[in-house]
Design a protein around this ligand. Structure first.
Ligand SMILES: [Zn+2]
Length: 494
């Protein structure tokens, strides 16, 4: 092909917990740096999908990438509910305007997540692809990358040509899937690859805490997809585990197989992996041990006594970031040497910021809780402020209390993925025996898969709140739980 190959690059991502009370609004997507366009967009997430895509695409001299003005992740990150229609229409409207203004293009890359939920739009990623298709016409290839928590069915690929989801949870292969998307988009543009895809739904619905791919049988499910990709040239398999905390019609497990113009092979692969997931449905749901908060804190105490430290106490269920159940129990069982990271409390952190809180100040306040029943009641903490600092769009307050315990207050939900990030708050991580964090699986990256922690304990409150494994306690309106294992007797056709 002579001349430049022009590729439009766009980004729109959210993992929406539709059961949270705070909507994800237009203003949540607008902050210094977001929306981003041009080089700023292309450099926005250098180690993630975007970074991989840009790196690979720029290996080819003939390629010109154009960053179309796009929103980055909202300020609330994953701690917010339904994306408003105003946010979706305004942001997508601007993206589409940008696409028209900067075109024409030979290809489009969409950097997505897949579990965005928008009021009034059942399948927002597919809707975005549909609108992009309207602009670029039927012949211009559209490639996308996804998180494996995407809630997807075949609608996205009715408008786009090919998609690549990460295979690991934690998502180690975001950059790799971005690279693949670039390489394949170029092959599609050159007419060297003609995607044939088959999508299969598997009616299994479960909480994300169970989905760690570091152990069987989730590891086996992914290995099966990897084996198909390795044994047949030009095969790509997406195994979407789905995201159950979004009340949308396409939840549950989804398998997508894509081949180079071989529909029969795509069907064979999708069926094989879907059948495998269905056969393994019982162990898929029972392999992860989850303790009550009281039990977990007692086990942490035992592990400390036995020298099996550091210990991770992960409250996987906290969706707002404000939950205080674990903090309360740590105080009740008088644990020492614990770091609690974090309790999200927008009001308290705003007040502390306004009051000019600084290191050395005495601290005596009720913190956390209240945002909804899953956050519990506020807890009174008396101690000394060690640090109070602005960073990443949040205000952070570090409070020392009790017997060598440290509490970190943040503005929004913070998922602590690795202990060393605490050093930026002036903390020496070696001094802590227990890390009480809010994370389901992502923490395994920096606490488990790297052998940092000797003891890993997953906990959740006894009550079936938002975020716990008790999905049947959630007020779904768009999902009929009876159609999913283990909540009913779903029909699965092999
Ligand atoms: Zn994910």
């Amino acid at each position: 092909m002579a001349g430049k190959i022009r590729i439009a690059v766009m980004h729109f991502a959210h993992e929406t917990v539709t059961f949270l009370r705070n909507d994800t609004t237009l203003s949540d997507f607008i902050y210094p740096g977001s929306p981003a366009k041009g080089e700023a967009l292309l450099k926005a997430y250098p180690k993630s999908y975007m970074g991989g895509f840009v790196k690979m695409a720029r290996e080819f001299d003939s390629v010109e990438l154009v960053g179309i003005e796009s929103p980055l992740w909202p300020k609330t990150y994953m701690g917010s509910g339904w994306v408003t229609e105003e946010a979706f229409e305004t942001l997508v409207g601007r993206m589409i305007e940008g696409l028209k203004a900067e075109g024409p293009f030979d290809g489009v890359y969409l950097s997505l997540h897949g579990a965005m939920a928008v009021r009034g739009i059942a399948r927002p990623e597919a809707e975005l692809a549909r609108r992009v298709r309207e602009v670029v016409g039927p012949k211009v290839p559209i490639a996308a990358t996804f998180d494996l928590h995407g809630n997807e069915d075949d609608e996205f690929l009715e408008h786009a040509d090919i998609g690549f989801a990460v295979k690991y949870f934690p998502h180690y292969d975001e950059y790799l899937q971005g690279e693949r998307a670039a390489r394949m988009l170029l092959r599609l543009i050159r007419g060297d690859y003609k995607p044939a895809h088959v999508t299969r739904k598997v009616p299994i619905l479960t909480a994300t805490v169970r989905m760690w791919t570091g152990a069987s049988p989730w590891a086996d499910l992914i290995q099966r997809a990897l084996t198909w990709e390795a044994r047949e040239p030009d095969v790509y398999v997406n195994v979407f585990f789905g995201f159950p905390f979004a009340d949308v019609p396409d939840v549950g497990i989804t398998i997508q197989a894509t081949t180079n113009d071989n529909a029969k092979l795509a069907a064979e692969i999708a069926k094989d992996i879907a059948d495998f997931a269905w056969r393994k449905r019982e162990p898929l749901l029972s392999s992860t041990k989850i303790s009550s908060i009281a039990e977990g804190v007692a086990l942490a105490k035992q592990a400390v006594a036995g020298g099996e430290t550091p210990v991770v106490l992960a409250d996987h269920s906290d969706r707002s970031g404000s939950a205080t159940f674990l903090l309360k129990e740590i105080i009740a069982q008088d644990l020492s040497g614990v770091i609690i990271a974090t309790i999200a409390d927008a009001k308290t952190t705003a007040k502390l910021k306004a009051d000019g809180a600084k290191a050395g100040d005495a601290f005596d306040m009720e913190i956390g809780g209240l945002v909804d029943e899953s956050a519990g009641a506020p807890v009174r903490i008396r101690g000394t402020i060690l640090n109070a600092v602005e960073g990443h769009g949040q205000f952070w307050v570090v409070v020392k209390f009790g017997r060598d315990n440290v509490l970190i207050l943040s503005t929004y939900l913070v998922q602590m993925m690795e202990p060393f990030s605490l050093a930026t708050l002036g903390l020496d991580i070696r001094t802590f025996k227990v890390f009480a964090i809010k994370s389901r699986v992502h923490f395994r990256k920096g606490f488990d898969d790297n052998a940092f922690a000797k003891t890993i304990l997953l906990v959740e409150p006894d009550q079936p709140y938002l975020g716990t494994v008790h999905l049947d306690a959630l007020p779904y309106r768009n999902v009929d739980l009876k159609k999913y294992y283990p909540y009913g007797e779903p029909k699965f056709r092999s």
